[in-house]
Design a protein around this ligand. Structure first.
Ligand code: ATP
Ligand code: MG
Length: 260
C-alpha cells in the first residue's frame, strides 16, 4: 500500500510545486511507482509535467467533488514511473462546492483508497491556503512535507499550519505525522539564511532534511518546458539537490535509494 504525502505550506511561492514535481520525478526515476496529485487550481504541477490542462476532460476536481474514480482521471507522463492526477481551474470553486457535501473533509481519502495499491508513493501538491481542499489532503495523507523558503518571515503561518494539523489529527486522521521539512531557495552566502535555518530547526527539531535546495535558475526554467529539472538539465544543481532530497526521503522510509 503506497504512502501518501501531502506537500503543504499555506504561504505562497515557497517551493511546494517545485518540490512536488522534482521529488516525485526523482523518486520515480529511482524505480518507485509514483503518483503526483495536483490539487491546486493554479495547476502548476500539471503544466510542469508537460500536461495541457485544456486537453483534459477530467481532473482532481471531478474526483473530489463529483465522485469520479481517480483511475478515470489519472494520466501517464513522459517521465519514468510517474503518473499525474491533473488539476483544472474548476478546483477554484471546490471550496464552495465541498461545503455542501457530506463528509466534505474526506473526499480525497475516499478517492485514494481505491488507487493507493497501484503506487509506492502518492504526493499531493497543495494550494497556498488552509481551506477545505488542503484539509482533504491532510485527512488523506499519512505524512506531510513542508517546504520552507529561506527568507524573512519563513516561519510566518507555520503555527497556524501546525494548529490545523493538530485539529485534523484529533478529528479525522489520528496517525498523521510530519514527513520532513525541506529548505528551499537556500543561499548559503547570506547570513540571513543561517538565521532562518536555525529558527526552522528550533521549530521542527530533527525534522529538517540535511539536503537543502539552492536557488537555481534551471529549477525555475524547467516548468516552462513541461519537465522536471532532471529531464531538463541533468547536471544542474537543481537536479543534484532534488536527487539528494529524494535519497534522504527514501532512506527515511526504509527504501533503497539507488538513483539512476
Ligand atoms: P504557490 O503557493 O503559488 O503554489 P509554490 O509554493 O508552489 O507556490 P513554486 O511554484 O514551487 O512555489 O515556486 C515559486 C517560484 O519560485 C516559481 O517561479 C519557481 O519556479 C521558483 N522557484 C522555486 N524553487 C526555486 C529554486 N530552488 N530556485 C529558483 N527558483 C525557484
Ligand atoms: Mg504551487
Amino acid at each position: 500500500m503506497g504512502k501518501i504525502v501531502a506537500i503543504v505550506n499555506q504561504k505562497g511561492g515557497v517551493g511546494k510545486t517545485t518540490t512536488a514535481v522534482n521529488l516525485a520525478a526523482a523518486v520515480g526515476a529511482a524505480g518507485y511507482r509514483v503518483l503526483l496529485a495536483d490539487i491546486d487550481p493554479q495547476g502548476n504541477a500539471t503544466t510542469g509535467l508537460g500536461v495541457n490542462k485544456k486537453q483534459l476532460h477530467t481532473s482532481s476536481y471531478e474526483v473530489i467533488i463529483g465522485g469520479l474514480r481517480a483511475t478515470d482521471a489519472i494520466v501517464p507522463t513522459q517521465f519514468s514511473n510517474l503518473s499525474l492526477l491533473p488539476s483544472s481551474i474548476n478546483l477554484a470553486g471546490a471550496e464552495l462546492d465541498l461545503v455542501e457535501l457530506p463528509q466534505r473533509e474526506s473526499k480525497l481519502k475516499q478517492a485514494f483508497s481505491l488507487v493507493r495499491d497501484d503506487y509506492d508513493f502518492i504526493f499531493m501538491d497543495c494550494p497556498p491556503t488552509l481551506g477545505l481542499v488542503t484539509i482533504n489532503a491532510l485527512v488523506a495523507c499519512d505524512t506531510f512535507l513542508v517546504p520552507i523558503q529561506c527568507e524573512y518571515f519563513a516561519l510566518e503561518g507555520l503555527s497556524q499550519l501546525m494548529q490545523t494539523v493538530r485539529q485534523v489529527k484529533r478529528l479525522w486522521n489520528p496517525l498523521i505525522d510530519i514527513e520532513g521539512v525541506a529548505l528551499t531557495m537556500y543561499d548559503g552566502r547570506l547570513n540571513l539564511t543561517q538565521a532562518v535555518v536555525d529558527e526552522v530547526k528550533r521549530f521542527f527539531p530533527r525534522r529538517v532534511y540535511s539536503a537543502v535546495i539552492p536557488r537555481n535558475v534551471r529549477l525555475s526554467e524547467a516548468p516552462s518546458f513541461g519537465k522536471p529539472v532532471m529531464y531538463y538539465d541533468s547536471h544542474s544543481r537543481g537536479t543534484t539537490s532534488y536527487h539528494e532530497l529524494a535519497r534522504e526521503f527514501l532512506q527515511s522510509n526504509g527504501k533503497i535509494a539507488a538513483m539512476r
